[in-house]
Ligand binder design. Structure first.
Ligand SMILES: Nc1ncnc2c1ncn2[C@@H]1O[C@H](COP(=O)(O)OP(=O)(O)OP(=O)(O)O)[C@@H](O)[C@H]1O
Length: 215
């Protein structure tokens, strides 16, 4: 099955005021891509549409044989649980839960069996074997990000979507985070889409998609 991600004639409407339009694209499975463009042009909105969190107002957004624009909200939820790993800019970890519990929770919501074992495997892969029981506030920013990455990849998604991964990191750690994301995406054979304002991050990725804003 081809898991190409493609968009045609896409636009996203937020209320009456904001209409975001996008150039057409077609990204083969396994593409590692930087999504760039000026602030407010709709990078995060596109990431959210690819994640099935919102439905574009016009056009077609396809992943393999799924047309995301034709799915109901329940259909998009099921698609997201199965195919999407999303690393949010602020990580969105549950503060009262340990690293292990944070990763397990996502798996349980997705109805995955052996959530405990899969969570541990993902956390160990992200070099967090010694931090399984730590709460987010007991972790460094880089460790919190690695927990968020572990949570995003534990169910082995085909799409790894990452919003501003280096916003909270210094230059050295930013480079390390990008290498790690690319390694993990390669291991999964996943398509990696990274929203970034950081030119060094964009240049570290082989493919680029720039949104220019109002047409
Ligand atoms: N849920 C929403 N409701 C209403 N307007 C929204 C919503 N989400 C985004 N917008 C508006 O859509 C436009 C694009 O926002 P978006 O976050 O997608 O852009 P961006 O390119 O990622 O921006 P930035 O680089 O500043 O993070 C902005 O004008 C924003 O205010």
């Amino acid at each position: 099955m081809s898991r190409q991600l493609s968009g045609r004639n896409l636009s996203i409407q937020h209320g009456a005021e904001v209409r975001l339009t996008y150039p057409d694209f077609s990204w083969p499975a396994g593409t590692h891509l930087a999504l760039t463009g000026p602030s407010g042009t709709g990078k995060t909105s596109l990431l959210n549409a690819v994640a099935g969190l919102l439905r574009p107002s016009t056009g077609q957004l396809c992943y393999g044989e799924h047309d995301l624009t034709a799915l109901s909200e329940a259909g998009r939820d099921a698609f997201r649980r199965r195919e999407v790993g999303y690393v949010f800019q602020d990580f969105h970890l549950m503060p009262g839960l340990s690293a292990q519990e944070n990763v397990e929770l996502g798996l349980r919501v997705a109805g995955v069996r052996n959530a405990g074992a899969l969570a541990q495997t993902a956390l160990r892969r992200l070099d967090l074997a010694g931090r399984l029981q730590s709460k987010p506030w007991q972790l460094s920013t880089g460790e919190r990000q690695r927990v968020a990455i572990a949570r995003a990849v534990a169910h082995r998604p085909g799409l790894l979507l990452v919003d501003e991964p280096t916003a909270h990191l210094d230059r050295e750690r930013a480079a390390g985070a990008m290498s790690l994301l690319r390694e993990v995406a390669t291991e999964l054979g996943a398509t990696l889409v990274v929203v970034t304002h950081d030119e060094a991050v964009a240049l570290s990725l082989p493919e680029h998609f720039r949104i220019r804003g109002a047409s």
